[in-house]
Ligand binder design. Structure first.
Ligand code: SAM
Length: 260
């Protein structure tokens, strides 16, 4: 599929370009850009969202784009834009921590959305808010409550770093080429540093260990790690050892990770 830029959408880069200015505006409204802001956009593509953010003239605006062809166009169209030609998966998110507060946005490629969100919420300590469009099903996972079938490792991890809100659903018809599934926009507001886990590595290990066996009871999965202290933790938290991983709240994952 090509368009007015004569650009052929690359499937390997998850390129589904937004065509509907109303949806773009709603995404930008959720980012709430101010003139003093530092905005970072992942995968600006042909500039559907970029155009509206750029118009608001934020103090700093950086984009991360992997596609060589689109980089040239973006540079011509938006001369003030700081364009970083990179794979966002390899970007050193911690490097932003030496800088001012930032807002991060993007209509993320489907194949890398969850991984990018996993990294960004946990690594960027200067994040003010983030707005991402992802597959509808991923949006459900990011915003699910314990016990829900969408509640999983991604939910437990992300919600130890940020509050999430499902903003709105986006149908395939507003993209070119059209994806096969619905998309949705999610807002992320970081927790305070005190509310975040002190040992993210232990939390990640626990979450992965538990959700690899999500149908099993917690006491069965944790048999090798079981100690009287852990038993006491279950009693204090009023969680049955027979509960399954999906029954723990995000902060209970954090509490339990102290024993791992
Ligand atoms: N923001 C545009 C829009 O809404 O129309 C494009 C969105 S498109 C779903 C995803 C964009 O991310 C494409 O421009 C693609 O080239 C870029 N992209 C894909 N993988 C990437 C990666 N690993 N790092 C940076 N950009 C990537």
């Amino acid at each position: 599929m090509s368009n007015k830029l004569n650009h052929r959408a690359k499937k390997s880069l998850g390129q589904n370009f937004l065509q509907d200015p109303n949806i773009c505006r709603r995404i930008v409204d959720a980012i709430d850009p101010k003139s003093e802001d530092y905005i970072i956009e992942i995968g600006p593509g042909q500039g559907a969202i970029t155009k509206f953010i750029y118009e608001g003239q934020p103090a700093r605006y950086t984009v991360l784009e992997m596609d060589d062809d689109l980089i040239v166009h973006l540079g011509e169209e938006y001369p003030q834009l700081n364009i970083i030609h990179t794979d966002a998966l390899k970007f050193e998110w911690e490097s932003l921590n030496n800088d001012e507060l930032c807002k991060i946005a993007g209509n993320l490629p489907y194949n890398v959305g969850s991984k990018l969100i996993w990294d960004i919420v946990s690594k960027v300590k200067t994040l003010e808010r983030a707005v991402f469009m992802v597959q509808h099903e991923v949006a459900q996972r990011l915003t699910a409550e314990p016990g829900n079938k969408s509640y999983g490792g991604l939910t437990a991890w992300v919600r130890n770093f940020a509050k999430t809100r499902y903003l709105f659903k986006v149908p395939p018809t507003v993209f070119r080429p059209q994806p096969k599934v619905d998309s949705a926009v999610v807002l992320f507001k970081p927790l305070t540093v005190e509310e975040m886990p002190d040992n993210p590595e232990a939390l990640a290990r626990l979450i992965k260990m538990l959700f690899q066996k999500r149908r099993k009871q917690l006491s069965t999965i944790l048999k090798k790690q079981w100690t009287p202290e852990m038993e006491a933790w279950f009693q204090r938290e009023k969680v049955s050892p027979k509960a399954r991983p999906e029954n723990l709240t995000p902060s209970q994952f954090r509490g339990l990770s102290k024993f791992i």
